[in-house]
Design a protein around this ligand. Structure first.
Ligand code: TYD
Ligand code: MG
Length: 469
């Protein structure tokens, strides 16, 4: 019992139990995660002792990037030479927009989405366009090289400077990267990656997490930009989910409705830009095409208004977007009528219905209420409150809103209609698209004169809005 146990302890791998939902570490296995309360989400994860982990990442260090091996020291922050956010255009404007103006050197970007939504297509197109400036390595763990090449040929992509590798072992991938020194790596998908340093099965949370961590380390040491593709699980998280979100610089979700050819790329987290920016694409037979002016694509298209439909102007990122909110109100056979919100927050719908009852005098307590945002888009801002209530009211009364009408505004718990940011810009967008009438919060009504062709009905209370119909 002299020195031996101490050294043995320092060199031993520790076992941790990591929650697949929130990434909380636990010292021992337990049924429920102490972090998020989810059940049966812990899985075993061997944490390498520091010395061994460093040796594992050694392949990249040995390759000789100075700086990576410098011993850290305390420095006055104002003396630190700051990193230029040198951005490289991806060649796809809508992708640049979501990234915050282009791809930053050494950035790690996780692209999540349902299988088949077009993640591989998007990244292959981006890689092909960037390859002229950034030599790229496209690592595929899901498709054969033949399949990737076939897709590239079908899409007529220029492939000079694009290299591909069908491999899932992270160590091998990094060895090839160290030899080839690409400026961009795409790993499609992160769920197929595995590292030799863990015994857990490929696809398990610990493998996904450690493999991603290796790539992140490599990206930071070498300034290589990395795209990780991740599939979304049924629950809506990226498998091995939150843990990856913490590690990477940006998380982009690729979304779309089945049956619709439109796809929306949304930043969920971005260290280099705004998070509410949207990129819009259309999937066609030549791959993904940008939709640079998406304002009106989310309208259902019918010229005559249907009961239960209200058009709103939402603002996603830096541009306004016209979207249609639909509601269906139907007498319920249930003692607890259903409230279903698609593309909106469910709790908010319940709250709005309570306000409608209390301050609008409209009872929907015995009705099922379904609300949907057309086009598979998600509206997260409160400007949707008023349009939601107008759509509900319209469905309940089976009377369409007046033609060419838009609305936006936040509804408060005491029935007041509150202003939302950028009101004037929203009104201008509506006028541009030929809308004739706008029901908006009083504080959002233009102070000097009206917009041409657009009658603005300014409301202060929910009751005013109901009267305006
Ligand atoms: P893919 O990029 O493989 O999806 P992911 O990597 O997210 O799983 O996209 C596959 C879908 O896209 C598939 O259903 C076919 C469709 N698609 C087109 O419609 N046009 C095209 O030009 C391409 C390449 C794919
Ligand atoms: Mg794919």
């Amino acid at each position: 019992m002299s020195k031996a146990p101490a050294t043995a302890k320092a060199g031993r791998a520790r076992t941790a139990y990591v929650c697949a939902e929130c990434g909380t570490d636990h010292g021992k296995w337990q049924g429920q995660c102490a972090g998020c309360g989810a059940w049966n989400t812990l899985s075993e994860f061997v944490i390498e002792p520091a010395a061994k982990a460093a040796a594992g990442g050694g392949a990249t260090r040995r390759a000789g990037w100075a700086g990576a091996v410098e011993a850290p020291k305390v420095t006055a922050l104002k003396d630190v030479r700051h990193m230029e956010d040198a951005r490289v255009s991806t060649g796809i404007g809508e992708l640049d927009r979501v990234l915050g103006g282009g791809l930053v050197e050494g950035a790690v970007v996780l692209v999540g989405g349902d299988p088949g939504i077009g993640k591989s297509t998007l990244l292959l197109q981006a890689v092909a366009r960037m390859a002229a400036t950034l030599p790229a390595l496209y690592v595929t763990g899901e498709e054969s090289l033949g399949q990737v090449a076939g897709r590239a040929a079908r899409l007529d992509l220029p492939l000079d400077g694009v290299h591909a590798l069908a491999e899932t072992g992270v160590e091998t991938i990094l060895e090839h990267a160290a030899a080839m020194r690409p400026k961009l790596i795409v790993a499609d998908s992160v769920q197929t990656l595995w590292t030799e340093s863990l015994t857990a099965a490929p696809g398990s949370v610990s493998q996904v997490r450690e493999s991603a961590a290796r790539l992140v380390r490599y990206a930071k040491e070498t300034g290589t930009a990395v795209f990780l593709v991740g599939h979304v699980t049924k629950e809506g998280g990226i498998a091995g989910p939150r843990v990856l979100e913490h590690m990477v610089d940006a998380v982009l979700y690729f979304e779309g409705e089945s049956g619709s050819r439109f796809r929306v790329l949304r930043a969920f987290k971005n260290r280099f830009g705004a998070v509410n920016e949207l990129g819009v694409f259309a999937m066609g037979d030549k791959g993904l095409k940008e939709v640079p002016n998406p304002s009106a694509i989310f309208l259902s298209g019918g010229s005559t208004q249907q009961p239960g439909s209200c058009v709103m102007v939402t603002r996603e990122g830096t541009r306004p977007l016209l979207v249609e909110v639909q509601a269906l109100v139907d007498s319920s056979p249930l003692s607890n009528p259903r409230r279903v919100a698609v593309g909106l927050e469910g709790n908010r719908l319940a709250m709005l219905l309570a306000v409608l009852h209390r301050h609008g005098g409209v009872l929907v307590g015995d009705q099922d209420v379904f609300v949907n945002v057309v086009g598979g888009i998600r509206v997260q801002e409160t400007a949707a409150d008023l349009p939601v209530l107008l759509a509900v009211l319209s469905s309940l009364r089976d009377a369409p809103l007046p033609e060419k009408t838009i609305a936006f505004g936040e509804v408060g718990l005491s029935g007041e209609i509150r202003p939302v940011p950028n009101g004037e810009e929203r009104l201008r967008e509506a006028a541009t698209h030929g809308f004739k009438r706008a029901i908006v919060p009083r504080a959002n009504a233009p102070k000097s004169g009206a917009l041409k062709g657009l009658e603005v009905i300014a409301v202060e209370r929910l009751a005013d809005a109901i009267d305006a119909l």
